[in-house]
Design a protein around this ligand. Structure first.
Ligand code: GDP
Length: 140
């Protein structure tokens, strides 16, 4: 077990419904510490760059439009096996397939408006954290 950091986004469907506290509580009660956090309204360029890996997918346009529709909260979460642990706390991409007690099961509206993003590997966590945060903004 090693302490890791992962990148997280509270998506527009969550900020719109005032769910940032309820979702942060899930992270904290499962042992993840929020070591950086800011509320931003992503530009189209930022969202397209962040999701560039998905640009050939049929839902890319819809995903970018959604991510810039309202503010989001970008975060760095820290804890033991943070990447994997956060994926467990989030639940499956499609809320209909998510396990009971997960964020997406409890809060997500649909496969697109699914409340949270979380890095899927250590390598991507590092890239995604650097996309939104300067090193000095992380306070452990
Ligand atoms: P994640 O790692 O669980 O977030 O899932 P993916 O990396 O596969 O997809 C990234 C994001 O694209 C998801 O969290 C959804 O917001 C969105 N997405 C994935 N599949 C679909 C889809 O079929 N339709 C729409 N509208 N959005 C999707």
């Amino acid at each position: 077990m090693t302490t890791q950091q992962t990148f997280s986004i509270l998506k527009p469907d969550a900020t719109r419904r005032n769910l940032t506290g309820a979702i942060n509580q899930k992270f904290e009660e499962n042992g993840l510490r929020i070591v950086a956090q800011k509320r931003i309204h992503m530009t189209r360029e930022q969202a397209e760059g962040f999701y560039a890996v998905h640009k050939e997918r049929p839902f890319f346009g819809e995903l970018v439009d959604f991510m810039i529709s309202e503010p989001v909260v970008v975060q760095v979460l820290e804890g033991e096996n943070a990447v994997l642990k956060n994926r467990e706390i989030m639940g499956a991409t499609n809320p209909e397939e998510a396990d009971a007690g997960t964020i997406r099961k409890e809060f997500a509206l649909s496969i697109g408006e699914n409340s949270v993003h979380g890095s899927d590997s250590d390598e991507n966590a590092e890239i995604e954290i650097a996309y939104f945060f300067k090193p000095e903004e992380l306070v452990g």
